[in-house]
Design a protein around this ligand. Structure first.
Ligand code: GUN
Length: 283
């Protein structure tokens, strides 16, 4: 069996076309969704992610601004800036790119962003709403994963989903969203004893480990749906996932590639959240 590849770039393009039409309509009513991105320091990966976000926003007619601060920025200066952005009625979405320099506590920054402008879906209030299944901003990568599954009409209800990785940004929330869709969810992580055995039991396998090609065919059940969240840079500079794509695609029924998989969907869902914020639908 050779798996069907779920192309995140193509799905993103289609979703961005839909959003473009919606944004044009909002503009006719005098509402231009606006995203403000804050970048502290000069981490090259963060800079490149932020550029991607600005480009995608422009493609859909969403306006965006980038505030770049030096790596020496204090926590109180950043919190002050966030307060100003919270009070600015022309700013609908606020995204502070992570990671932040060591002197700044990430949780303080996330908690300072007004929940109605939290387009990352990282604020504890929004995480709580996600857990109870209330309408809110969903974290972009997990939201993108669920959207990819639904785009192929992949049944989630009653399926055994195994999530490898327990980060606050991906692993924990994607497991919760799969549970909300009535999957049975198992979380695996660095201390899990029988990872291969558990993974090979999954109908839906989510790999968010951060280790190139860690998931080989032996970890995959025949016909499983394999979602690769990894973005690992090889020595030759190319990007690759957590899944060994070539061997995995012979066992899976569906698989996401890297690049052109989950990555583009993350940015696309950020735009969706920004439109939602502009429409004031998170309340
Ligand atoms: N750093 C890596 N991924 C993300 C993300 O989704 N949002 C923010 N704010 N920072 C990140």
């Amino acid at each position: 069996m050779s798996a069907e590849v779920i192309n995140g770039r193509e799905l993103s393009t289609a979703l961005k076309e839909e959003m473009k039409v919606e944004v044009e309509k909002l503009k006719e009513f005098g509402l231009t969704p606006h995203l403000t991105v804050v970048l502290v320091g000069d981490n090259p990966a963060s800079k490149s992610y932020v550029k991607g976000k600005e480009k995608a926003a422009a493609e859909t007619g969403i306006s965006s601004s980038l505030i770049e601060l030096p790596a020496s920025t204090t926590e109180s200066a950043l919190l002050q800036l966030i307060q100003e952005l919270n009070d600015d009625t022309t700013v609908h979405g606020i995204l502070v790119q992570l990671p932040l320099p060591d002197q700044i506590r990430e949780e303080k920054v996330i908690e300072a962003i007004h929940p109605d402008k939290d387009v990352d879906g990282f604020h504890p209030i929004n995480i709580g709403k996600m857990m109870t299944g209330e309408d809110t901003f969903l974290p972009c990568t997990p939201y993108g994963i669920i959207t990819m599954l639904k785009s192929k009409n992949i049944k989630i209800e009653g399926k055994h989903a195994v999530v490898i990785g327990r980060s606050n940004i991906v692993g924990k929330p994607v497991g919760q969203l799969l549970l909300n869709e009535n999957a049975t969810v198992t979380y695996c992580h660095s201390r899990t004893k029988n990872l291969q055995e558990l993974a090979a039991n999954a109908d839906i396998l989510i790999a968010a480990i951060g280790k190139a090609h860690a998931i080989t065919a032996e970890y995959i059940k025949d016909g499983a749906v394999v979602i690769d969240v990894g973005i690992n840079r090889l020595e030759n500079g190319s990007l690759t996932g957590d899944v060994d794509f070539e061997s995995a695609k012979e066992k899976a029924s569906y698989i996401t590639p890297v690049p052109r998989g989950v990555g583009p969907m993350t940015i696309t869902m950020l735009l969706k959240n920004t439109i939602k914020a502009a429409k004031g639908l998170s309340k």
